[in-house]
Design a protein around this ligand. Structure first.
Ligand code: 3PG
Ligand code: MG
Length: 392
């Protein structure tokens, strides 16, 4: 996939550039809790900062419902961005504010949450026209939002001709790393998929079966596989309506001689907060009053052994309730095994990235994606709306 490059923009010297970033960062009490996505946007902002006349950054944050909501303001991002860049950032309280068009050369603006307008999620062309009107150029660096057909990433770039729009450096880096996993990955390719639910991941799972040699399943979704194999899983999280999909995945894997690993032993507990019982049991012997919370030691060993020989690894989703230290071993074992792998390693998804951080191995992973849903969608082979709109 060849996206229009930032460095190929025409007439960038006098440009007034709208950059779409994914600054959807966790915020609590007005403080940014994790600046990963802000830091990831800096190379593009710096490059433009040395060249363009006016730069505006826009983004969504959280699940705002088409109307201003102080719970989802982007205001706390402005000082973090200003500190990181070492230049002033002017926060604009409405992304369609009429004063935006009058910004002086040398100004960097951060526009308020796009989702405060219903037109953003509706991919409304009038909203896109108003948003982009003050700007001569458009740059999309919001990989984390590339799977959404929303106005700022889909309708907006269509309003610019080629030479006036580009992918930012982060977008380019994400697409090139993920392409290496999708197109002709070096074998053995081992994928690790976890997280609570299989229902949100059936399409990626099925697509991965076209590419991997080994698929490792963990987290809550593994319970659905265990139950689909006829095992009792006690009080564990399970999606009964997904049992036949889980069976279909297992059948497809068997048809193609793909090794599909599900836990052979598990950690079980009677609750998450202050459990009084925590045990390791074979996965066919989960007591009816307990729930699965992590991989057991034998499963950890099998999974890390499978990863040791891999030439390509993709990981999305935790192996257990890793927010709780006592149930984090399976997830941290995957993080460590990936760090030790000599293959090409890619991690996507907020929780897996958090685990990589907690294990202290971020620098030893080849590509840590800023997009969870977006990276899964890319891996599935979907046409990402944001990329399609840049290429047109
Ligand atoms: C994300 O964090 O998943 C992206 O920013 C997209 O946000 P959304 O899931 O609310 O569309
Ligand atoms: Mg999401």
């Amino acid at each position: 996939m060849i996206l229009p490059a930032l460095t190929d923009l025409d007439g960038v010297e006098d440009a007034r550039v709208l950059t779409r970033l994914d600054l959807n960062v966790p915020v609590a009490n007005g403080e940014v809790l994790d600046d990963t996505r802000i830091v990831a946007a800096l190379p593009t902002l710096r490059w433009l900062g040395e060249r363009a006349s006016v730069i505006a950054a826009c983004s969504h944050l959280g699940k705002a419902k088409g109307t201003p909501d102080p719970a989802y303001t982007l205001a706390p991002v402005a000082p973090v961005l200003a500190d990181a860049l070492g230049r002033p950032v002017r926060f604009v309280q409405d992304c369609l504010d009429p004063t935006i068009a009058a910004a002086e050369p040398g100004t960097l603006l951060l526009l308020e949450n796009l989702r405060f307008h219903p037109g953003e999620k509706a991919n409304d062309i009038d909203f896109a026209a108003k948003l982009t009107a003050p700007f001569t150029h458009f740059v999309n660096d919001a990989f984390g939002t590339a799977h959404r057909a929303h106005a700022s990433v889909s309708a907006s770039p269509r309003l610019y001709t080629s030479g006036k729009k580009a992918a930012g450096f982060l977008m380019e880096r994400e697409v090139s790393a993920l392409s290496r996993v999708v197109t002709d990955p070096e074998q053995p390719f081992v994928a690790v998929v976890g997280g609570a639910k299989i229902s949100t991941k059936t399409a990626p799972l099925e697509a991965l079966l076209d590419r991997v040699q080994t698929l490792l399943i963990g987290g809550g979704m593994a319970n659905t596989f265990l139950k689909a194999q006829g095992r009792e899983i006690g009080r564990s999280l399970v999606e009964d309506e997904m049992l036949s999909r889980a069976r279909a995945v297992m059948e497809k894997a068997a048809d193609r001689s793909i090794e599909l690993l599900i836990p052979t032993d598990v950690v079980v507990a009677d609750g998450l907060d202050n459990p009084s019982r925590v045990e390791i049991v074979p996965s066919e012997l989960v007591p009816s009053d307990l729930m699965v919370v992590d991989l057991g030691p034998e499963s950890r060993q099998r999974y890390t052994t499978a990863l040791a020989g891999a030439r390509t690894v993709f990981w999305n989703g935790p192996m257990g309730v890793f927010e709780i230290d006592a149930f984090a071993e399976g997830t941290l074992a995957i993080a460590t095994a990936m760090a030790e792998s000599s293959g090409f390693t890619v991690v996507g998804g907020g929780e897996s990235v958090m685990a990589i951080r907690r294990a202290g191995v971020v620098d030893r992973i080849d590509h840590v994606s800023t997009g969870g849903g977006a990276s899964l969608s890319f891996l599935t082979g979907d046409v990402l709306p944001a990329l399609a709109a840049l290429e047109e």
